[in-house]
Structures are given as C-alpha cells and as structure tokens.
Write a protein that binds this ligand. Structure first.
Ligand code: BES
Ligand code: ZN
Length: 458
C-alpha cells in the first residue's frame, strides 16, 4: 500500500480519529489486528492541534548529514553530535544528560586482496580496493599477509564442512542464513586461516560488522568476482588467495543522550521514544539522521503539550547502533528491574525519511501488543496505511528482549542504504512528516502503553 501525500493540518483530526476508534481499525492491514487484547480507544478530548515543522527537521538533518562519516561512534565527530543534541534539547526546554559507555573503535590502516590462478581478468590478480571491504572487527593478518588455497564453502554452515578439509585454507562463503561472526568462528574452528564473503543476491562487496574481534580475518568481495571464483573452483583447485589486513581496535567511549519529560502529578510509568544518531561511513542522512531529526521534532511537539501528558516520556538518542546496538543495550542493561517495569513502551524511529510504504516492525511476537494496535488505530484514524513486519536490526531489540513492548517505525523501499548516496537530498519530507504525525496520533490512543493505561497525551 502506498503513502498518501499529506496536506492537512492536525486541527480537525479528532473526528477522524474517533471514527477510526469506533471502526476499530480492522480493515487497515489485516495482519496486526489484535484478537486477544482489548481494543485501544482514543481519548476524545483533545485534537492534535500542533503542526509538524518540516523546516526545523530539515535544518537539524542538514547539520547532522553535512559530513561524510561525521557521526561514526567513538570519533570526534560523535562528540560534536552529542554536544549538538544536548544544545538542541536545551533549546527545546529539556535538561539532557549524556550516558557514556565503553566502545571499541575499529579502524583499518591498509588492506590488499589478490588471487593467483583465478582465471579472472584481474590486473596482476589484484582486487581493486572498492571491490573488497574489510569487515568491522576483523582481526589483522600477520604483517607479511596470509596465503592459502581458496575453497568454496557454500554458505559456510555446519553441513558445508562435511567431508571437507579446510585446514590452512582460505574460505569463500556466501551471505545468508546465519550471522557473519558465527560463520567466521566456524571456519576458524575447522582450521581455515581467513574468510572471504560475498552476497549472491547483491553486487557490491559486503560491508558487515562482526560485533567483536574475530579469530581470523574476514573481508567482503564484489559478487561478480566471487561468483567467477566459485565457477573456476569447480574445475581448478589451484586458485590461491593472498590477503593482508592492518586493522586495530582502540578502547574509547561512545554516548547516549537522554532527556526525560515529566508528566504533571505523581506519574510513575514512562515510555521511551528513541533513535540512533550514529551512522556508517556515509553522510547517513536517512540511516539515521532522519530518525534523530524526527525525535527532536517529537520532543518539541510533545513538550508543547506537556500539561496534557499522562505518562512520562523519555527521549533517547542512541550511540553506536551501527556496531551492534551497543548504545541501546547499554541503556537497557543499566536499568534495575523496577526501572524496566516502569517503561511501558518503546518507540524506535530508524530510517524514517525515504520510502513509499510506511512500515511498523516488531519482534518476539509483539505484533499483538497494545502498542502495535495503537499504531494500527492511529494509522487508520489518519487515513494512512502501513505494512507490519517482523524485524530486529535496530534499537527496539534490547527493549523487547527484556519484555518491554517496542516498535520500530521505518519505510520502504530504500535504495541508498549504507551507501554514499544516503544524502539529505534523497529525503522525502512528507514521509518524515507522516512518521512524526503517526507517533503523535498513537500517543493519543488510550491503552497504547498497556491495557488499562491512559493515553500518553490526553
Ligand atoms: N537502520 C538499520 C536497520 C534497518 C534496516 C532499519 C532497514 C530499517 C530498514 C541499522 O542502522 C543497521 O544498519 N543495522 C544493522 C544491524 C546492527 C545490529 C549492526 C544491519 O541491519 O545490518
Ligand atoms: Zn545502519
């Protein structure tokens, strides 16, 4: 289903939302219609009387995405972003604090991959630097490099090693089915000295993270070259790979920026609205400058309605998501059980600025949570449509793992994911506006933070 163009104001939406609550959202998508839980009801009193400020979001996102690699975790660029977020939150009337956590900063000084007897038209057997990419947290080779016979290990799963001798060899492995670090570890346990990965469904060299330092080196290779090698290996077992990687891991710190907005009166429960502010080595406008700018705008809009709040709202900008959800795991890990109980819902905005179809992701069977239902109700009330799906890969995961209902808002399709084309001019501001609006409308649904709970905004 497609996103409509938005040209309405929030004023006057109440009627639509009430109608939607009465119709109870069943026609929206089918898949998330709750059967086992109470239907969320819209609090009827207050209209969504405030407009989303697209220019404000554009200005934040222009700053955030102004530099290539400007928001990599553990770098000076990250420090500047943390200052920026703190200042912006201060301007909006918040007292934002910084939560630091240890971070292993990975860097590559040099790398080289080449093949002998490959049968491929490679100049001196060497792979061009842009056609191979060292995986994050790949260990180095010895300074003189590694040489070994290349073996095709299919997907690199357990069954691919049956009756195979890989000791001292370099494993060529296809993406899919399992995390990369597990495949690297398995290759190591079978005696391989290095791993080369490719994406049979893609084109470019994979750039992936192993999350922790690997025992043997791992590098991504352009699909065309890798599939050429697979073919050659069917008749020729003499293909040799030469690999050298000079990488290092430095222990530094990374940060989350956290700001609490307290509801009037004696409120104990809260919801968390968050986005990761770090990016990969691109301008990272959509992933995830978009979510960051959207959360700033939500903070502004919700702060304006603080008198109507019935639950506390905590805004969290997560660091180091791209290296393995490190900031959001840290945020959840430092909570004591009573604090976990107080968090009734978590809303994660990740890649919210490109795509024709709005999407709502949940994990661990949380598609039937009252939180997901509230988003269904809100979407119906706004006359929008969306696609529910099951997906982790972002900062809602640590929350669902401790039992907190959590959703991720995103949109699809996106064709510049983790590429240098992830720039400001690819952002669709109507999509951004729709996502912010969707969250605001969901916050007005009674029971969104659990059965028997009031709406977050009255
Ligand atoms: N923003 C992505 C996750 C995502 C992808 C959301 C597509 C919506 C649609 C996130 O920053 C990311 O790149 N995650 C990593 C995994 C993470 C655990 C390092 C990924 O998906 O590879
Ligand atoms: Zn990403």
């Amino acid at each position: 289903m497609r996103l409509r163009r938005w040209n309405w104001e929030f004023k006057g939406l109440t009627g639509v939302l009430i109608l939607a609550a009465l119709l109870v959202v069943s026609g929206c998508t089918g898949k998330t219609t709750p059967e086992k839980i109470a239907e969320p009801k819209l609090s009827p009193e207050t209209p969504l009387a405030i407009a989303v400020d697209i220019e404000g979001m554009r200005s934040d996102l222009a700053w955030l995405s102004s530099e290539d690699s400007g928001r990599l975790a553990g770098t000076e660029g990250e420090d500047k972003v943390v200052d920026y977020l703190q200042e912006r939150m201060q301007e909006l009337g918040f007292d934002a604090s910084v939560q630091s956590f240890p971070y292993s900063l990975f860097s590559v000084a040099a790398y080289k991959l080449s093949f002998e007897n490959s049968g491929l038209p490679l100049l001196d057997g060497a792979v061009a630097p842009e056609d191979s990419r060292v995986f994050y947290y790949s260990t180095s080779t010895p300074p003189e490099g590694l040489q070994g016979q290349l073996v095709d290990l299919g997907m690199g799963l357990d069954s691919d090693y049956t009756d195979r001798e890989v000791t001292g060899k370099i494993a060529l492995i296809a993406r899919g089915g399992e995390y990369f670090y597990l495949k690297v570890q398995r290759a190591y346990e079978h005696g391989a000295i290095a791993t080369i990965f490719y994406d049979p469904k893609g084109t470019d060299a994979i750039q992936a993270t192993l999350v922790r330092e690997s025992k043997i080196p791992a590098i991504g290779l352009k699909t065309e070259i890798a599939t050429g090698l697979v073919k050659e290996l069917q008749n020729n077992s003499q293909v040799q790979a030469n690999l050298s990687i000079d990488s290092s891991i430095k222990e530094v710190s990374s940060e989350n920026v956290v700001a609490l907005l307290e509801a009037p009166g004696d409120v104990k429960e809260k919801i968390v609205i968050g986005a990761h502010f770090d990016g990969v080595d691109t301008p990272a406008a959509n992933d995830n400058g978009s979510g960051t700018a959207a959360v700033l705008e939500l903070a502004r809009l919700i702060q304006l309605q603080r008198d109507q709040l019935q639950l506390d709202v905590e805004f969290v900008f997560f660091g180091a998501e791209e290296s393995g959800l490190i900031g959001s795991y840290h945020y959840v890990d430092q909570l004591v059980p009573a604090e976990i109980d107080q968090i009734k819902a978590m809303i994660n905005l990740d890649m919210v600025g490109i795509g024709e179809t709005l999407q709502l992701a949940t994990t661990n069977g949380q598609a039937l949570s009252t939180l997901a239902s509230a988003f269904t109700a809100a979407s119906a009330g706004l006359g929008m449509s969306f696609e529910p799906f099951d997906m982790g890969r972002s900062d809602h995961v640590p929350f669902t793992e401790v039992g907190i209902p959590a959703v991720m808002l995103t949109a699809s399709p996106v064709d510049n994911y983790h590429t240098d084309d992830d720039t400001l001019d690819a952002i669709d501001w109507e999509v951004m506006k729709a996502q912010v609006t969707w969250v605001l409308a969901a916050l007005k649904i009674e029971g969104m933070a659990g059965e028997g709970m009031p709406s977050v905004i009255r």
